[in-house]
Write a protein that binds this ligand. Structure first.
Ligand code: GLA
Length: 387
């Protein structure tokens, strides 16, 4: 991959002397969905797919981008002096947003660079291609300009850029999972404190299977931002009767005893999901630590039901994938993963049943939707690296 990118860099920009190549991974979240902006827990892991870039520093203020995924866009040229939040909808908004975030936070970016990008995460699949691109840019800026930032700080800068440059009010999960990934481990992260622990993904005779529905319904970002503000309002209402900082502070009993403080039935559903999903996530990691993957799988299924009915971020296609998966005996758990409204499901499947899964889920999904899904057995990879 490294040589291919260096060669392509030379073809696009004319010269590849001194080019460096970097990688940052995408992620899949096993459980703990829509909890990361509610002070709850998440349990994602980094993937071995992600975003690559070949880069070379310039001595002026010009920035040039070329994506092998969007060759028709050609070389996109801009300047360090032209960073305008929310004004740019091409893929360059991600690296530009991170450069902007670094300068907003007081780090000096003294010169521009040429960048060639290649991503092997399907776009819109909910496996965090954007977060991987942000973390990748952060790591490159750190190396290129000798900036003293940790991987956690790079994750926070990525989130800051996504929130303030791209207008997507995401939590910290995706950038954190990409920046802090560890091979064969998932990350049990408390998003209220950023304390985390690695947990080996020991599934014995089972694997993590990701199924891409190949649909991404529009308005994802606006629906996401609406969910977030509904939870914020519900929290304010609960704070009138409870001394809490986040929805993640609540037990089920405290929530149910005080739920009447929330004055709107839709907000009750949203808050109920946030509270119960956080508790499910803590229970799930405890089950995994004991090697009890059946309980882990059951909690994944409950997570999907809650995301479908209370949080209302699933969609017909994803529900079909989960339903069809659960018809197979060797499927231990299955749920939507990521922000929602399409994208992927994540399932835990016994190794002996993977072929059956691929065959049956794929056939039934295509019969019902006309779409051929993509199904991959996932490997859990490391965080960002220089190749
Ligand atoms: C998106 C966001 C994350 C998280 C998930 C839902 O991936 O970027 O911060 O909120 O949705 O769990």
């Amino acid at each position: 991959m490294k040589n291919k990118l260096i060669e392509e860099f030379g073809r696009v920009y004319g010269n590849n002397n001194g080019v460096e190549v970097y990688f940052a991974p995408g992620r899949v979240n096993l459980i703990g969905e829509h909890t990361d902006y509610n002070g709850g827990h998440v349990f994602p892991c980094a993937l071995t797919v992600g975003t690559y870039a070949a880069v070379k520093k310039r001595d002026d203020r010009v920035l040039r981008f070329y994506s092998m995924n969007f060759p028709d866009s050609g070389v996109v040229e801009t300047s360090l002096d032209d960073m305008r939040p929310k004004n740019d909808d091409s893929y360059t908004a991600y690296p530009k947003g991170v450069i902007w975030a670094f300068t907003e936070k007081g780090y000096d970016i003294p010169s521009g660079f040429d960048m060639l990008i290649y991503g092997d995460i399907p776009n819109g699949s909910g496996l965090s291609s954007s977060a991987s691109f942000e973390v990748l840019t952060g790591v490159i800026l750190r190396d290129m300009f000798g900036i003293n930032v940790t991987n956690t700080e790079i994750a926070l800068l990525g989130q800051y850029s996504e929130n303030n440059y791209n207008g997507m009010n995401c939590g910290i999960m995706d950038q954190f999972a990409s920046a802090m990934g560890k091979k064969d481990n998932a990350i049990f992260l408390d998003t209220a404190t950023l304390n985390f622990e690695y947990a080996p993904v020991k599934l014995e005779n089972a694997s993590i299977v990701v199924t891409n529905s190949k649909v991404k319904h529009s308005l994802v970002d606006s629906a996401y931002n609406t969910r977030r503000s509904e939870c914020e309002t519900a929290l304010m209402e609960l704070k009138t009767v409870l001394d809490i900082k986040t929805l993640g502070d609540l037990s089920k009993e405290e929530f149910e005893a005080n739920v009447s403080a929330i004055k709107d039935p839709v907000r009750v559903k949203r808050a109920r999901h946030a509270v119960y999903e956080n508790i499910r996530t803590v229970d799930a990691i405890n089950a995994l630590k004991k090697g009890d993957i059946n309980t882990f799988g059951k909690l994944m299924i409950d997570s999907h039901t809650s995301l479908r009915d209370d949080y209302e971020v699933s969609c017909e296609e994803i529900d079909i994938l989960v339903e069809e998966a659960l018809k197979i005996d060797g499927v231990i758990g299955s749920r939507i993963t990521g922000g929602g409204f399409g994208g992927c499901t994540v399932s835990i499947v016994l190794n002996d049943s993977i072929e059956e899964f691929k065959d049956k889920v794929s056939r039934a999904y295509t019969e019902k939707t006309g779409i051929v899904p993509e199904i991959y057995v996932v490997s859990v990879g490391d965080g960002p690296s220089k190749l």
